[in-house]
Design a protein around this ligand. Structure first.
Ligand SMILES: NC(=O)c1ccc[n+]([C@@H]2O[C@H](COP(=O)([O-])OP(=O)(O)OC[C@H]3O[C@@H](n4cnc5c(N)ncnc54)[C@H](OP(=O)(O)O)[C@@H]3O)[C@@H](O)[C@H]2O)c1
Length: 282
């Protein structure tokens, strides 16, 4: 039933190429939503300390009865401005996430934002090295890091992030960053892969490709990501959409479809939806 391919991260860990994201799912709804996703066949779940739903997510993981080794769980350090993120604070935040998830390890732990104006991600990464060495995170990585942030990290550490989770969809294709990931051996993971279910899914070009394949706009966009080699983590609380977003392995886009979707980023609607990591610090 589970046809999701695995992507081999730079430390050998296998990560499902398609997972389930839970941003904006309240904790008391997360158990049901994640439970629906696991029942549909998802095996990878993307949460974060700041989403406030690690407990509900953990309950669903436990209730699923699935063997731990079949699951891939990602969470993120909320390196927010309320604290100084020294070693103890990072380790405490990590322990707190594990306790809420009711797990003894996660598969992937990410620094949520670079916050370059705070100039502390190099120090945080030192503690991530320690977490990776302990085996309590099978892999560690970053999120929302820009080329300059990745280059700084590379100058100060031999541990290359396994993943950079970034805003990425046909309207914001991040070409330069993806090329850098390929050079450095970092897996590209797309957040808001459906463009948050907004304008992207209503564009005529997407609709016409969807009609051609007898698929939905969301399925076409997910197929574009898979073909481009990205890991994707679409979010939905709607059971039919949760299933639809996983049912993307029975068709292929052709070169013409791909070129039309590739061109969207440089068209009039091409822009980011979320915050700019250069200035985001709230
Ligand atoms: N690292 C970061 O800074 C960061 C930032 C943002 C997101 N993320 C991660 O990425 C995940 C996905 O991103 P996202 O939640 O921002 O956006 P998304 O997955 O691109 O889109 C989610 C929205 O699209 C709708 N939707 C889902 N499937 C659909 C379908 N088949 N047809 C039509 N509409 C559909 C959902 O509605 P319903 O739920 O109502 O069905 C929801 O409103 C998050 O959940 C989170 O795990 C990470």
């Amino acid at each position: 039933m589970n046809q999701v391919p695995g992507i081999k991260l730079n430390n050998g860990t296998l990560m499902p190429q398609l997972g389930y994201g839970v941003w904006q799912v309240p904790d008391d709804e997360a158990e049901r939503a994640v439970g629906t996703a696991l029942e549909a066949g998802y095996r990878s779940v993307d949460t974060a300390a700041i989403y406030g739903n690690e407990k509900g997510t953990g309950k669903a993981l436990a209730a699923s009865g699935l063997p731990r080794e079949d699951l891939f769980v990602t969470t993120k350090l909320w390196n927010g401005p309320s604290r100084r993120w020294g070693r103890d604070e990072v380790l405490r935040a990590f322990d707190d996430s594990l306790a809420k998830l009711a797990l003894d390890h996660v598969d992937l732990y990410l620094i949520h934002w670079p916050r370059p104006m705070r100039d502390d991600f190099l120090a945080i990464w030192k503690t991530f090295e320690e977490i990776a060495a302990s085996g309590r995170a099978k892999a560690v990585g970053v999120s929302n890091f820009r080329p300059a942030d990745l280059e700084r990290l590379g100058e100060s550490s031999d541990l290359v992030p396994a993943v950079n989770q970034i805003e990425l969809h046909p309207l914001f294709p991040q070409t330069e960053l993806r090329a850098l990931h390929s050079r450095l051996g970092i897996t590209t993971e797309a957040w808001s892969p459906l463009g948050q279910g907004k304008e992207l899914l209503t564009l005529p070009v997407v609709a016409s490709i969807a009609a051609k394949h007898g698929r939905s706009a969301a399925q076409v966009v997910l197929r574009w990501h898979l073909r481009s080699g990205h890991v994707v983590i679409p979010k939905s609380v709607t059971p039919a959409r949760i299933r639809e977003n996983l049912d993307v392995f029975g068709f292929e886009l052709d070169a013409e479809d791909t070129a039309a979707l590739d061109a969207l980023g440089s068209g009039p609607a091409g822009r980011r939806i979320g915050p700019d990591p250069a200035v985001f610090d709230v």
